[in-house]
Design a binder for this molecule. Structure first.
Ligand SMILES: Cc1cc2nc3c(=O)[nH]c(=O)nc-3n(C[C@H](O)[C@H](O)[C@H](O)COP(=O)(O)OP(=O)(O)OC[C@H]3O[C@@H](n4cnc5c(N)ncnc54)[C@H](O)[C@@H]3O)c2cc1C
Length: 235
């Protein structure tokens, strides 16, 4: 295994590593691959909150197979079956994770880290989700989780040029497909956003923070996280 400082730090932080085996690969769309892993011991530590995510370690072929860590949302899992799914965007240019997902076959073994990250979705106030294709699995998990309740949900989604009409499952949400979720949100009364959850490309998260600041939105009503960085690898 190549030396990898990041993995060493995670061990020091006692972030658990698990071995997982790919047991299924399917195509949700030509650009979105669903991968099923068998990892009974890891699945036992999931608590099932929407947007729960894992860190997948994948080899970077441009760096002699150095392992890189990339975040992926748990798109579904079974305690009984000991399996879980992730949906991986195959993007262009490729990165180590999308290249791995493009080529992966059942039987492949990977290391996965998991540290019980928590999602922040506020309370009962209206919920605004700003997302793109990388956070589409999280949007689906959140909408499904909240579907039984009466919470108002708005989604501003950048489909990044893809057709998501027959793909996206966001029960109970009002979905706006837009090339710029931050601009669309800004022109649709950001003062009434309720709790704002955003998972976007890094510069968009910065743009959103400026919009929210100008609208006087308290920081306690916002949870925004960069999911990828335009023009460079994530770490
Ligand atoms: C907590 C968390 C959960 C996540 N959940 C998911 C998930 O469920 N599904 C998912 O697909 N992604 C998810 N992501 C995003 C994913 O980790 C990043 O997209 C990651 O950068 C992909 O790694 P890579 O090795 O393929 O590309 P990198 O090496 O990071 O980047 C290589 C090139 O690809 C570009 N790039 C990276 N991601 C994208 C993208 N999404 N669209 C267009 N261009 C891109 C970069 O700008 C760069 O030019 C999540 C991220 C986090 C932090």
């Amino acid at each position: 295994v190549p030396v990898n400082a990041q993995r060493g730090y995670m061990r020091l932080l006692r972030i658990a590593e698990h071995h997982a085996r790919v047991v299924g690969v399917s195509t949700r769309s030509p650009w979105l691959k669903r991968i099923r892993f068998s990892a009974p011991e890891l699945v036992e530590s999931f608590d099932g909150h929407p947007g729960e995510w894992i860190r997948l370690w994948v080899p970077d072929s441009s760096k002699g197979g150095l392992l890189r860590q990339r975040g992926y949302t748990v798109a579904g899992f079974s305690y009984e079956g000991g399996w879980f799914d992730i949906d991986v965007v195959l993007h262009s240019p490729d990165g180590p994770a999308s290249a791995w997902a493009r080529a992966v076959r059942p039987g492949a073994e990977v290391v996965i880290s998991f540290s019980r990250p928590k999602e922040h979705l506020g309370g009962t106030e209206p919920l605004t989700l700003l997302a793109d294709t990388s956070s589409l699995p999280a949007v689906e998990a959140i909408c499904e989780h909240l579907a039984a309740g009466s919470r108002e949900i708005r989604v501003f989604l950048d489909a990044q040029g893809h057709d998501v009409a027959g793909l996206l499952s966001a029960p109970g949400a009002r979905v706006v497909i837009t090339e710029d979720p931050v601009a669309a949100f800004a022109s649709a009364s950001p003062q009434e956003g309720g709790f704002v959850w955003a998972r976007l490309e890094r510069s968009r998260v910065s743009a959103l923070k400026a919009v929210l600041k100008a609208a006087g939105t308290p920081r306690s009503s916002v949870h925004a996280q960069a999911y990828w960085i335009k023009g460079r690898g994530f770490a």
